[in-house]
Design a protein around this ligand. Structure first.
Ligand SMILES: [Zn+2]
Length: 287
């Protein structure tokens, strides 16, 4: 199967960094790509306030929706209330996971009402921090959401009455199968625009609109095979995150690197005792 990707823009609020948003939008417009917009219904997260409040925000969002952009509800207030990592376990902070069912239902409903009052019709949900639990899903179902932009399998799957569209990358890249790339416009630096444009230039034929996913009539259920794939991808993600944060491991990977894969494997096996030795020495020093 050809690898394909979708894009989503997180943390869309009336006081986001508009210059960054417009710059990203211009790049997507150039390649006729319309990402899924994750709108926070009633932002209470000071970290997302990056610019002047735009009074015409809701009108603008509705006009984008009319011109084919899809809107997702990105939480309710985007304020983390618990340290629960939820079902995916990617972040130990959540606006929903760990809270009682009724509280979660109430938050989701209030968020949805704000979007509806402002002319937006979001049946897709994306949780802040990728954190949600079984009660979140139960409440989403009761409120008749149809889709969650999340999951770590290689393809969309259907479970608990909801379609899960995987979202595994925070940078533009083609991953195996289907993936949604999350872009946080507020946090983009100068190099990121170039990276995005280069990616779209080379891969725009692999980018599909979110609506195409929703239009498909059938998706596989979350079988044990899909479950195993999701677990494996999550494990690989954790290893990569650990490796990126460990100087010792980075040094080991650099020292043992060789373009030839057989020599590289040999170097890495031979280098293991040194890696373990420096680790235990470091621990002894800490005591
Ligand atoms: Zn967010």
């Amino acid at each position: 199967m050809t690898n394909v990707c979708l894009f989503r823009l997180d943390d869309i609020t009336p006081d986001m960094d508009w210059s960054k948003f417009y710059r990203v939008k211009a790049i997507f417009d150039k390649y006729k790509v319309r990402p899924l917009l994750g709108v926070v219904p009633d932002n209470g997260d000071a970290a997302l306030v990056r610019g002047e409040y735009h009074e015409d925000f809701w009108e603008y969002m509705a006009s984008l929706e009319r011109s084919g952009w899809l809107i997702a509800q990105h939480g309710y207030r985007h304020v983390y209330e618990t340290k629960d990592a939820g079902l995916l376990g990617l972040k130990k902070a959540s606006e929903f996971a760990g809270l009682p069912y009724e509280t979660q239902y109430d938050k989701l409903k209030k968020g949805r009402e704000i979007l509806q009052k402002n002319g937006l019709n979001a049946t897709i949900f994306m949780a802040p921090g990728h954190t949600y639990d079984r009660n979140t899903l139960k409440a989403l179902r009761r409120l008749e959401y149809t889709c969650v932009s999340d999951g770590y399998a290689n393809l969309p799957y259907y479970t608990k009455g909801l379609l899960f569209v995987p979202s595994r990358s925070a940078r533009p890249r083609l991953s195996p199968g289907l993936d949604t790339i999350c872009i946080h416009c507020n946090d983009l630096g100068e190099r990121d625009y170039g990276e995005l444009e280069n990616f779209l230039e080379a891969n725009h034929q692999h980018v599909i609109p979110f609506s195409e996913i929703l239009d498909q009539l059938w998706y596989p259920k979350k079988t044990w095979k899909v479950r195993m794939q999701e677990r494996r991808n999550l494990l690989l993600y954790r290893i990569r995150r650990y490796a990126a944060g460990s100087e010792r491991l980075q040094a080991y990977l650099q020292e043992t690197w060789d373009a030839d894969s057989r020599r590289r494997t040999r170097n890495r096996i031979l280098g293991l005792p040194r890696l373990v030795h420096t680790r235990s020495r470091g621990r002894r020093r800490q005591k």
